[in-house]
Design a protein around this ligand. Structure first.
Ligand code: NAD
Length: 482
């Protein structure tokens, strides 16, 4: 076991959490702060195939007793964990802010409390989620939801704490044990979640965290037949690799992937509200899967919209994410900002017009300026591919049909944002825009009982509400002759 290290006042274990104990690996990897890349936060245990084996065995051993508890008994553990998240809200927020530069205030007010809510929501939902019971053809029938077994949960580097809780809560509530592997670029908050699960008294092996690289410990976890569910959030290329491993073992797999969502603005909309929301897509420096990165505006209001958009964008402030005045954080990693630069450089070379931004805020540092690009054509790479940075495109349309066609013209379909003053159009266009979630005149409002997921290359399966509970269960139809 390695010593804990400090991030501010927060003490963090660099080790895995397996079978209720901290476990080290001989190798480590570094985690650094995007706000100051010279600042080494800690050296984290770098899991391998042996780590995956240990964790899956612990989860397999703990499964029968956890699955045998009633939803109410399991719910009590989840509520205790939620209490601890609330008690430790500031520590989690601070560690996550330092680790991946998300704005501290947004973590404190929004994302960490949402983590607690995810556990509370699933604790209660699993109790309420009733089995279907009916009589037909002389038999008494019921559908029984049986816990499936150990669930492997793989999370990305953006919003890691919230996303881990979003994915672990339904698995645990449904009666599965969990092996969580967070992304190697933001490993800290998962280690804190393990501390809290330990304090909440989860039986050893019910909740495990392993740290390390996707291609190493991640790959070993998803390829192992002891994993009975795989719940993944991340990129399309990784989904393809994990999907093949899931297929090999015939294991159900959900994939929450990237997006290239539209922000479709009609002339009858509240132009100011739409322009403000468009500038708001630079929040978190655009490292948000659901961000409306393709602004598509009705031609007759395009000039007015663009003027207001620039006014709102001018108000963004790049800086230290602990500072309340900061609205745009540093980007997660030097490799990622170089990737974003690559997209903009290729757009420039392609003849797309860089209207604003298009460069780092300070040479050598990880902030990228809010960037707006008018593409040469709808086929430009920057329109068609997920950049995952503060880079928006701007296009116009003349008719509703043309606007919807542009909105639906990528391989993705995670979400969409529509601005219109017409209720009829909201219903009509809301149905036509391709996406697992479409918001009209708003964005990111989330009802935890609603299904969430993507269409096309944005994903497979649905999480949220009872949809995730069902994913984590094996359904049985029991028929008894009356
Ligand atoms: P990524 O695919 O590179 O990594 C995601 C996770 O997969 C990491 O934990 C990584 O270690 C792991 N991994 C990589 N290779 C693996 C393998 N062979 N086997 C098992 N695990 C493996 O993605 P990322 O760069 O961390 O995240 C950014 C992407 O995630 C973006 O495309 C973004 O849109 C998407 N995302 C989607 C949602 C959503 O809800 N749809 C939410 C957040 C992020």
């Amino acid at each position: 076991m390695r010593d804990r290290f400090s991030v501010g006042d927060v003490q963090i274990s660099p080790d895995h959490y397996i079978g209720g104990k901290r476990v080290s690996s001989p190798e480590t990897f570094e985690t650094r702060s995007p706000m100051d890349w010279d600042l080494l936060l800690g050296n984290i245990s770098r899991g391998d195939a042996k780590t995956a084996d240990l964790a899956l065995q612990a989860a397999t051993d703990a499964f029968p007793a956890w699955a045998a508890l009633s939803p109410k008994e399991r719910g009590a553990y989840l509520h205790r964990l939620a209490d601890l998240i609330e008690e430790n809200k500031d520590a989690i927020a601070y560690a996550e802010c330092m680790d991946m530069a998300m704005l501290l205030e947004s973590l404190q007010l929004r994302l960490v409390p949402r983590g607690a809510l995810n556990f509370r929501n699933y604790a209660d939902l699993a109790i309420e989620h009733e089995e279907r019971v009916w009589d037909s053809k002389g038999t008494h029938n019921r559908v029984i939801r049986m816990p499936a077994g150990p669930a492997v949960i793989i999370t990305p580097w953006n919003a890691p704490f919230m996303l881990s809780t979003w994915k672990c809560a339904p698995a645990l509530a449904a009666g599965n044990t969990v092996v969580l592997k967070p992304a190697e670029w933001s490993p800290l908050s998962a280690s804190l979640l393990a501390d809290m699960a330990d304090k909440a008294g989860f039986p050893p092996g019910v909740f495990n965290v392993v740290q390390g690289y996707g291609a190493e410990v991640g790959n070993a976890l998803v390829s192992d037949p002891r994993a009975k569910r795989i719940s993944f959030t991340g990129s399309v290329p990784t989904a393809r690799v994990i999907g093949k491993a899931a297929a090999e073992n015939v294991v159900p797999f959900t994939a929450e992937l990237g997006g290239k969502s539209c922000l479709l603005v009609f002339a009858d909309a509240d132009i100011d509200a739409a322009a403000k929301k468009a500038a708001g897509q630079f929040d978190d420096s655009g490292q948000v899967c659901m961000a409306g990165t393709r602004i598509i505006v009705e031609e007759s209001i395009a000039e007015e919209f663009e003027r207001r958009f620039h006014e709102y964008t001018d108000k963004h402030a790049m800086g230290d994410s602990r500072d309340k005045a900061t609205t745009m954080s540093a980007m997660i990693h030097p490799i990622h900002i170089a990737r974003v630069e690559g997209f903009v450089d290729r757009a420039r070379a392609n003849g797309d017009t860089i209207v604003r931004g298009g460069k780092r805020h300070i040479d050598g540092k990880l902030w990228y300026e809010p960037t707006l690009i008018k593409p040469k054509s709808n086929q430009s790479e920057v329109v068609q591919s997920e950049v995952f940075g503060p880079v928006l495109t701007f296009q116009t349309f003349k008719t509703e049909e043309e606007g919807v066609a542009l909105a639906n013209s990528t391989v993705y379909g995670l979400s969409g944002i529509v601005y219109t003053g017409s209720r009829e159009r909201a219903e009509r266009v809301g149905r036509m825009v391709r996406g697992g979630t479409v918001w009209v005149n708003t964005f990111l409002v989330r009802d935890l009982t609603a299904p969430f997921g993507g269409i096309g290359l944005s994903g497979l399966g649905r999480e949220g509400g009872h949809y995730a509970l069902e994913f984590h269960s094996d359904l049985k139809t029991l028929q008894i002759l009356e």
